[in-house]
Design a protein around this ligand. Structure first.
Ligand code: NAP
Ligand code: MG
Length: 402
């Protein structure tokens, strides 16, 4: 059978530890036998990031801007222990942070649902996608401890030097303050990414903040979303038969738990951080979660939501078999290949991505799975397999579909 051809290169960002091992296995067992894989390869493994002074991370992000679609392996974010372990020149920043800062946009995370693994919330029947704003708020804040007797003020100096002041608090005793910001442009691109993603998935979009209490800050988010929706998306949503609606964050939490799923929940940066871990865990596992960064100019970066699975890697290095779940990494590849196929108008590639996802879900639903899932699955005939066997089992099912 002739291999599937790719018109435009996919930006391939390799990574670290166990996920790097899985990366190569996925390519060898499930991709290159079927596709003439056309990628522009960037090695984001920590050793190479260090050798290039992290230039490779910047280069990979700019290549993503150029070609439009990237697939990324999990990478180590160095801490003091990693600096020593790898003899690093510097404690390099988080690659995800660097890439997000260049691409801008929103991270969408959706659970992969399979029979035999039941969400902890029994009403949930369909996936819930969290859309997390990736800029500002408490992640770019300025904080201070304030001694008793001090007065804290908010001061804004405009471009002509005029000051506007407001008292935050007259401190009798010791206390704390925090200043944070966001930008109209970033909120607008967050909104557009969410509206476009909802149209892509043909699912309702929910957005929630605390605008009754935060009458200027959170209210600005609510207004920007509504203005953009009214001006640019109302007709498109109606044509697609989907809905945008805004509610308070506490009301949203209650509605989410009572819902049957099947919608996108847009969250401010901190809410999204907290709620995506809650939703992922309630659906089963971080290894059963897809993650994609969508930028406002229509650039896509697909990744796994979990880390490099360090503990399993050290077992692997000792020559022991591991049972590491490759689903999130595999779905990063299928997501990227499908998007590349859609943009290039190569239906073969899209169909291949669909089949590969189907084969992998079928494998788990037939009872063949890695240890993390075996401990959750209610299937009676389940069998725990090692990392490589799981991928080979997927290949058997994929071959019968080709
Ligand atoms: P981790 O890689 O997410 O793994 C934590 C634990 O979760 C594992 O020890 C394992 O539990 C379980 N687990 C996670 N993914 C799994 C999978 N695919 N299959 C089976 N079990 C899985 O987190 P970490 O070990 O704390 O972090 C390792 C490195 O990852 C760090 O250097 C961190 O900087 C990096 N990281 C990268 C990203 C990213 O690039 N997207 C995200 C987060 C963290 P058991 O050991 O109990 O089996
Ligand atoms: Mg988090």
């Amino acid at each position: 059978m002739a291999k599937i051809q790719m018109k435009t290169p996919l930006v391939e960002m390799d990574g670290d530890e166990m996920t790097r091992i899985i990366w190569q296995m996925i390519k060898d067992i499930l991709l290159t036998p079927y596709i003439d894989l056309n990628t522009e390869y960037y090695d984001l493994g920590l050793k190479h990031r260090d050798e290039t002074g992290d230039q490779v991370t910047l280069d990979s992000a700019y290549a993503t801007k150029k070609y439009g679609v990237a697939v990324k392996c999990a990478t180590i974010t160095p801490n003091a222990a990693r600096v020593e372990e790898y003899g690093l020149k510097e404690m390099w920043k988080s690659p995800n942070g660097t890439i997000r800062a260049i691409l801008d946009g929103t991270v969408f995370r959706t659970p992969i649902i399979v029979n035999g693994i039941h969400p902890f919330v029994s009403s949930w029947k369909k996936p819930i996608t969290i859309a997390r704003h990736a800029y500002g708020d408490v992640y770019r804040d300025v904080e201070m401890r304030v001694p008793g007797g001090a007065k804290a003020e908010l001061v804004v100096t405009d471009k002509d030097g005029n000051e506007t002041r407001e008292t935050i608090h007259d401190f009798k005793g010791d206390g704390i303050i925090l200043g944070m910001h966001n930008l109209d442009d970033s909120i607008a691109s967050f909104a557009r990414s969410c509206f476009n993603f909802a149209l892509d998935l043909k699912q309702d979009l929910w957005f929630a903040t605390k605008d009754t209490i935060s009458k200027k800050y959170d209210h600005r988010f609510k207004d920007v979303f509504q203005e953009i929706y009214d001006a640019e998306y109302d007709d498109k949503f109606k044509a697609a038969g989907i809905e945008y609606f805004y509610t308070l964050i506490d009301d949203a939490v209650a509605r989410v738990v009572r819902s049957e799923g099947g919608f996108i929940w847009a969250c401010k940066n901190y809410d999204g951080d907290v709620m995506s871990d809650m939703v992922a865990t309630a659906f089963g596992s971080l290894a059963m979660m897809t993650s994609v960064l969508v930028s406002p100019d229509g650039t896509y970066e697909y990744e796994a939501a979990h880390g490099t699975v360090q503990r399993h890697y050290y077992k692997h290095l000792k020559g022991e078999k591991t049972s590491t779940n490759s689903m999130a990494t595999l779905f990063a590849w299928t997501g990227a290949l499908r998007k590349r196929g859609e943009l290039d108008n190569t239906p073969d590639l899209v169909a291949f991505a669909d089949k590969l996802e189907k084969a992998s879900i079928q494998t788990i639903e037939e009872g063949v799975m890695t240890g993390d899932l075996a401990s959750l699955s209610t299937l009676e005939n389940k069998k725990t397999v090692d990392t490589e066997t799981f991928l080979k089992e997927i290949k058997v099912r994929l071959d019968s579909m080709m």
